[in-house]
Design a protein around this ligand. Structure first.
Ligand code: HEC
Ligand code: HEC
Ligand code: HEC
Ligand code: HEC
Ligand code: HEC
Length: 333
């Protein structure tokens, strides 16, 4: 008899527990179902397209990039680890400078850095409890402050805020995470084109040149970068060169025939004698070539990811992998 009563008691207890569980987990998967992610390779199983895009991005090479390895002395300079192998942005906190991690550093700025929330869920645009990664709609993921934890050291996000792009509803995502095939239902591309992409460089600025007395008036307008041109790393630079259209590429002894006119760059903190010559969003730079021969000329804009020329006395824009962005022809008088 007492045995039957105990059994009945147990049945009620079980029913009660089941009821409690059902109430508290009605719109969320029980935490036990949450997978613990230890590598971005795990995301690839289900998000192959995003993974391939990310692999093609600068974010995936932020640790292995030979330029970064060289400049940080293979990360002996520990300050460099922070943003190049960061802990998850949402764990450190939006608007905070990110912190370095100790594990899987070669994965760089990976899926986990950008998506993992403190509670083990992933930040997404929608809440989908049935998905293995259990994404939670997180508005902060889609805000420029999210990028700022790593991209405001050189004021890229501030430059955008001070421009008129926010009023035009154009932010980091519009220009750097465009919808795949322009279709919002397809989600946002993770390739993150920037200074590494010729089409982006070309849409950033307009280059114009016309005769003005004995010289040539050159204008460079920042029409399409949502911030300064160039922006972020102080190693970025752009240079305006010119030469007669009839000039050969090289002199017989192999020297460049391009003549340097103007440099656009934000100097390192130690280069105190140099002003910043960045062209801010919407601004137009105006420079003169004082005296030019009366023949057809070419004016050109080159972009480079390293700050110095090998021979400052004869700057050679075609050395060190500079990119030719725009050319304009100027007719004879
Ligand atoms: C956790 C740090 C971090 C976050 C967050 C982050 N980035 Fe980056 N980003 C980097 C690093 C580091 C690099 C450079 C990697 C390299 O070149 O080695 C980079 C590179 C880039 C590049 C390529 C630049 C080039 O050289 O052409 C673009 C564009 C970019 N990020 C845009 C964004 C945008 C937009 C956001 C916000 C949605 C964002 N990033 C969020 C750290 C971050
Ligand atoms: C506050 C975050 C942050 C820290 C700290 C940081 N970086 Fe970066 N680094 C970035 C971002 C963001 C980019 C991409 C910006 C761009 O493309 O202009 C970048 C890009 C670079 C690049 C350009 C890569 C290329 O292919 O052109 C080099 C080199 C670099 N960092 C070296 C370093 C070194 C060396 C240190 C330490 C002294 C360091 N970084 C510390 C955020 C950071
Ligand atoms: C076992 C499969 C699986 C794995 C592993 C997985 N996911 Fe998901 N994920 C899904 C499914 C299914 C969805 C919902 C449908 C969709 O959006 O593709 C989803 C949705 C998402 C979303 C939200 C999509 C939106 O529209 O907002 C994000 C963000 C996300 N996953 C990130 C990740 C990240 C980051 C990882 C690795 C840390 C990961 N996922 C691992 C299956 C997976
Ligand atoms: C209106 C479009 C637009 C908006 C908005 C925009 N960008 Fe850009 N961004 C560009 C273009 C075009 C380039 C290439 C020219 C350049 O390097 O400045 C670029 C370049 C970059 C680079 C690479 C710089 C280099 O030379 O290596 C980074 C990093 C970057 N943007 C980050 C951001 C962040 C972060 C935001 C949001 C605060 C943002 N961008 C907003 C258009 C935009
Ligand atoms: C530099 C930060 C960053 C990295 C790295 C990153 N993401 Fe994202 N991801 C975002 C942002 C920002 C969004 C879009 C937010 C929005 O639209 O509001 C997003 C959106 C998504 C979505 C939603 C659907 C879509 O395609 O827009 C999925 C799924 C996703 N990411 C998966 C991944 C996976 C998997 C990886 C690694 C291979 C990854 N992400 C790497 C920042 C990042």
């Amino acid at each position: 008899m007492s045995k039957a009563r105990t059994l009945l008691g147990l049945v009620f207890l079980a029913l009660g527990l089941w009821f409690l569980l059902a109430v508290f987990s009605s719109d969320e998967e029980p935490p036990a179902a949450l997978q613990t992610f230890t590598s971005s390779a795990q995301c690839a199983e289900c998000h192959a397209e995003v993974y391939d895009e990310w692999k093609a991005s600068q974010h995936s090479i932020s640790w292995t990039n030979p330029r970064v390895q060289a400049l940080s002395n293979e990360f002996a300079n520990q300050d460099c680890i922070d943003c190049h192998a960061p802990r998850p942005v949402f764990v450190t906190g939006i608007g905070e400078r990110v912190l370095p991690r100790t594990a899987r550093r070669p994965e760089g700025v990976d899926c986990i850095s950008c998506h993992l929330l403190g509670d083990g869920h992933v930040a997404g645009t929608k809440t989908i409890p049935s998905a293995a990664c259990s994404p939670v709609a997180t508005l902060d993921l889609g805000r420029p402050d999210f990028c700022a934890g790593c991209h405001n050291q050189h004021k890229t996000v501030d430059q955008w805020r001070e421009s008129d792009w926010p009023d035009r509803d154009q932010d980091c995502f519009t220009c750097h995470m465009a919808f795949r095939d322009g279709d919002p239902n397809r989600g946002r591309s993770h390739v993150f084109p920037g200074g590494n992409d010729l089409a982006m460089l070309q849409r950033a600025v307009d280059l114009r040149a016309r005769r003005d007395g004995d010289g040539v008036a050159v204008e460079l307008e920042n029409v399409g970068a949502g911030h300064a041109f160039p922006t972020d790393e102080r190693s970025r630079r752009a240079d305006i060169f010119w030469r007669p259209a009839s000039a050969p590429d090289r002199t017989p002894d192999g020297k460049t025939t391009w003549r340097h006119l103007y440099r656009i760059r934000d100097p390192y903190r130690t280069e105190t004698d140099m002003p910043s010559t960045l062209v801010h969003a919407g601004e137009t730079l105006r420079v003169e070539i004082p005296e030019v021969p009366d023949e057809e000329l070419v004016v050109a804009l080159f972009y480079m990811r390293e700050p110095y020329f090998d021979d400052p006395a004869l700057p050679d824009p075609e050395a060190k992998g500079a990119v030719l962005v725009h050319t304009v022809r100027v007719a004879p008088r």
